[in-house]
Design a protein around this ligand. Structure first.
Ligand code: ARG
Length: 401
């Protein structure tokens, strides 16, 4: 029986050529797998037809946009996950859901190998292959760009020679990855890290310098998950989409960073994640009133570690799973409303309310009638400073000897 390979297929030039390229290099039959994670653009049916036109023996297409929003974006939101304090893990969280579908397709069509279009320099090859190793340990991995010398020039020549139904002339100097959680743009002119991004780079966000009138929005959460916007019930996917539109119109969520890749390279990336950044901001502010201080402090550390694990391709790892359990536990009371103004590139919170809030007006107020007994403070401070005071006494004594 001819060997079968499932290929993560985007519909673009490189993976379209990869279908025939892999076939010629290995003699295997190629099954194209296209997964909708809310990236927009062409319909899954158009992509399916192109895959078949490029020589795939079968094409598996899956609308995973709700699955992606519910099971990948929402945990990222609950963790307030920002890799290196900036990056909301746009590409990093899409790989595991694509992996799930690749493994499912491999089982359905009796494939022995999984292929993807990543280069040998990035994080995504790691995320794909570590995911495959975990969910389908018997499956082999192959990356035509990395393992079968499929360069851009060769891809264009191959497509033209074989008359593949794909455009080879459209010139985009950037490498772009996008889904409903955000968009990542790199390479070309951006590789000089002193170069400011030009306007044409952006697609999810309008220029914040010339914003429309301020847009006030109220987001309601239940246990850390957005459930309504301005009182209208939404699913997680709808919440992200609606805020992509409204925060995007105000230029919210533009990020320009040099980040540490897993493979040891520092690389420049431009992100736009208007919905994700608006949601994370609102969610964090709701946590500020509903999560107890020590739990909140510890959760910040956990969230940072969670972001690193996910960035580093450990989505299916035991530690990530354990951290999820901790984070979920902290979300029990993260229920309530956040009001924020979206304007000129910023999402600024200006109101919060919650039935499960820990904010106690009577304790906090400076007006008469407060219930906080200020006389307790003196003794508390005395004891709080005791340890450092004893140590400093020792330092003075030793220095004087
Ligand atoms: N640097 C990001 C990450 O590793 C995005 C990778 C894909 N970016 C791209 N422009 N193709 O998660």
């Amino acid at each position: 029986m001819t060997e079968r390979i499932v290929l993560a297929y985007s519909g673009g030039l490189d993976t379209s050529v990869a279908i025939g390229w892999i076939g010629e290099a290995t003699g295997a039959e190629v099954i194209a797998v296209a997964v909708d994670v809310g990236q927009g653009g062409e319909s899954l049916e158009t992509i399916r037809q192109r895959a078949l036109g490029c020589g795939a023996v079968e094409a598996y297409v899956a609308d995973a946009s709700d699955e992606f929003a519910n099971e990948y974006c929402m945990p990222t939101l609950k963790a307030n996950a920002l890799y290196q304090g900036h990056y909301p893990l746009v590409s990093a969280i899409s790989r595991p859901v694509i992996v799930k579908h690749l493994v499912k397709a491999a089982r359905e069509f009796g494939a022995t190998t999984v292929a993807h279009g990543c280069t040998g320099k990035g994080n995504d090859q790691v995320r794909f292959e570590v995911g495959i190793q975990t969910l389908g340990p018997d499956l082999k991995c192959i990356a035509p760009v990395r393992d079968l010398a499929l360069t851009r020039d060769k891809a264009i020549a191959f497509a033209e020679e074989k008359g593949l139904p794909i455009e080879t002339t459209k010139k985009n100097p950037y490498s772009i990855d996008q889904n409903v959680w955000g968009r990542a743009v790199e390479t070309g002119y951006l590789e000089d890290i002193w170069n400011a991004p030009t306007k044409d780079i952006y697609d999810y966000t309008a220029t914040p310098e010339f914003p429309p009138a301020p847009d006030e929005v109220t987001i309601s959460f239940v246990a850390g998950i957005p459930v309504a916007i301005d009182g209208v019930k939404v699913t997680p996917l709808q919440a992200i989409k609606e805020l992509n539109r409204r925060a995007g119109a105000q230029g919210v969520g533009r990020i320009d960073v040099v980040e540490d890749r897993l493979v040891g390279i520092k690389s420049r990336e431009i992100y736009e994640a208007p919905g994700a950044m608006a949601l994370i901001t609102a969610h964090k502010h709701l946590e500020d009133i509903t999560v107890e201080r020590e739990q909140a402090r510890f959760k910040a550390t956990v969230g940072q570690r969670w972001a690193e694990l996910v960035y580093d391709g450990q989505w299916f790892s035991p530690l990530k799973r354990s951290l999820d359990a901790f984070i979920d536990d902290t979300q029990k009371y993260v229920t309530g409303d956040i009001r924020m103004t979206l304007h000129g590139g910023q999402a600024i919170v200006n109101g919060r309310r919650s039935e499960t809030s820990l904010y106690d007006f009577d304790l906090a107020t400076y007006d008469t009638g407060d219930t906080f007994d200020q006389s307790m403070a003196r003794g508390f401070i005395e004891l709080w400073g005791m340890s450092a005071k004893v140590a400093s006494g020792r330092d003075i004594r030793v220095a004087g000897q």
